[in-house]
Write a protein that binds this ligand. Structure first.
Ligand code: SF4
Ligand code: SF4
Length: 405
């Protein structure tokens, strides 16, 4: 979005304020500068050069979670997400404020596959050795600014298989590409294993090209359009030669950036979040999932709910499991505070938002919480661990794959 279109888009905000009650940062602070309407005015003022690029202005925009709850509610249809991306890109070009050691490490981790794989290998050794407990409790990581990052790390699953094609089981229904992403090949291999198992059982051959990389969502959120563009090119090259019906991803947070591949590249296959794909295909009539007598709570990530508008799919899919008891997390309209690397950069706000979810979980004590986005899952699971609650946090696809006969 160039400056002229940004000013024009911001002009579409009629200042009605209907978005304010839906904005988590406004709910917390009751400050116009922390509201969507206020931020739009700041972005417009900056673009028109009526406002200087002050620390105060940067702070208001930096504290926005980019959850897009405001955009989903806006009667004028203001494209808040695009305004924010474009303005953050301007800020990155005009300032060189450091993002902090932990956030920088995270950016490096997601961008470089070799770095990611080496670190995942080390983490598996570290977690197996008991050193994790020792370093956490000795405070060794505090001076390095990494304690927060260490706190959200999950117990790592087994590494992904190296083969880049998985044939369908039984009658073939189609071919799909599976986008793994930076988290899927390191911290969340469990979901990818489950996706492979489920999709092959449903009759799909799966392509997992080795050259794919992170989707670039973290970079886009931070305004680093150059790095986000470079990652998009890598992914376009990895998938464009495949003859597939759809390109599927498991972490809903990858959605908005991956959809850009569809808009800008020559990918003929539709790009879809896995729940959306599973909800629209025909399941074999002979396939009956094993019953499950447990209470499952559904968390809806903002990326699934507000950005992709697919908040209905987890419940529709999990209802296929006989005997299951499904309950939505009561404040699903509100962000949990994870928001990419927000939980590392703004831990106090992130924890305050997460506390609302934890209170509900503590009261309702489900057996399992499902979440379609790994960032949210890690953030909420860390809070559950800290409270000593026994609630497993998994992707809905993992639960479906577990119940295969
Ligand atoms: S709801 Fe839309 S038009 Fe109304 S203040 Fe919010 S962004 Fe502006
Ligand atoms: S994206 Fe979320 S945090 Fe940012 S202004 Fe909109 S509702 Fe508020």
């Amino acid at each position: 979005m160039n400056i002229d279109s940004l000013i024009k888009e911001a002009d579409r905000c009629v200042k009605c304020g209907l978005c304010l009650p839906h904005c988590p940062t406004y709910q917390q602070r009751q400050d116009e500068g922390e509201s969507p309407r206020g931020r739009i005015a700041l972005m417009q003022g900056l673009a028109q050069k009526k406002l200087p690029l002050s620390e105060k202005l940067i702070g208001h925009l930096d504290r926005c979670l980019a959850c897009r709850a405001c955009q989903a509610m806006c009667p004028s249809g203001v494209k808040y997400g695009e305004l924010l991306e474009a303005t953050r890109a301007t800020i990155v070009n005009e300032t060189d404020a450091p993002s902090g050691r932990a956030a920088e490490m995270m950016q490096r981790f997601v961008t470089e596959p070799t770095h990611r794989h080496n670190l995942s290998r080390l983490l598996r050794i570290y977690q197996g050795s008991g050193l994790g407990w020792l370093t956490r409790h000795s405070g060794l990581l505090r001076p390095l600014g990494l304690q927060r990052l260490e706190g959200v790390l999950p117990k790592l699953g087994t590494a992904l298989p190296t083969q880049n094609y998985h044939p369908p089981i039984g009658k073939q229904k189609g071919e799909v590409g599976l986008f793994v992403g930076c988290m899927g090949d390191s911290l969340d291999t469990t979901t990818i294993h489950a996706a492979i198992k489920l999709l092959t059982h449903l009759g799909y051959g799966i392509h997992l090209p080795a050259k794919q990389n992170c989707c670039g969502a973290l970079h886009l959120h931070r305004g680093d359009l150059k790095q986000a563009g470079a990652l998009a090119s890598e992914n376009r090259a990895a998938f464009s030669r495949l003859n597939i019906d759809a390109l599927i991803y498991c972490a809903s947070g990858c959605g908005s950036t991956l959809q850009k591949l569809e808009q800008t590249g020559r990918n003929d296959a539709s790009i879809m979040e896995i729940g959306q794909f599973l909800a629209q295909i025909e399941w074999p009539v002979t396939l009956t999932l094993r019953p499950l007598n447990k209470q499952i709570m559904i968390h809806l990530p903002c990326s699934l709910n507000h950005v992709l508008r697919q908040g209905h799919t987890p419940e529709a899919l999990l209802s296929k499991i006989p005997g299951i008891k499904l309950v939505p997390l009561p404040d699903n309209q509100n962000c949990c505070g994870a928001a990419g690397d927000y939980m590392i950069r703004h831990p106090e706000i992130a924890d305050e938002l997460r506390d609302n979810k934890l209170r509900q979980l503590d009261t309702m004590r489900p057996d399992i919480l499902v979440s379609s986005n790994i960032g949210c899952a890690l953030h909420i699971a860390a809070g559950i661990r800290d409270l000593g609650l026994k609630i497993e946090v998994i992707h809905p696809v993992t639960l479906l794959a577990r119940q295969l006969p």
